[in-house]
Ligand binder design. Structure first.
Ligand SMILES: [Zn+2]
Length: 127
């Protein structure tokens, strides 16, 4: 599994620094798509302690998500949305490939819990 979005900390100083990935010019549509993809990952069995955002220090997730190829922390979308962190091109290409290769509902590994949440949101919108 390829790890992505695991940032350096005092415990793990050899990991990448998210400051090096900030790019305010990253295409908004692509960013939204990648965020959606990241949020649709399956929870991996690995459990970590509460992670804090390296920028704003808020508590930012406590487990890892996967699509079977990549592994990322569940707090990764926050970096993209709140701090304009841009992910490497090979990962973006991987997301695009997946979305093109599989029909919409299949590439998103929704858990029943997530599907339930989406129904709720849809109902709210139509009210
Ligand atoms: Zn933050």
């Amino acid at each position: 599994m390829i790890k992505i979005g695991f940032w350096k900390s005092e415990q793990e100083p050899d990991l990448p620094d998210p400051n090096d990935f900030v790019d305010p010019d990253w295409d908004v549509q692509v960013r939204r798509m990648v965020v959606r993809y990241l949020n649709s990952g399956k929870e991996s069995a690995a459990y970590r302690g509460m992670s804090r955002c390296r920028f704003c220090r808020r508590f930012n997730g406590n487990c890892d998500l996967t699509d079977g190829v990549y592994l990322w922390p569940d707090g990764l979308p926050h970096y993209l949305e709140a701090h304009q962190v841009r992910l490497p091109e090979e990962f973006v290409q991987h997301v695009l490939d997946r979305m093109q290769a599989e029909p919409d509902t299949k590439f998103l590994p929704y858990t029943p819990e997530r599907l339930k949440n989406i129904d709720v949101r849809t109902k709210k919108r139509t009210r």
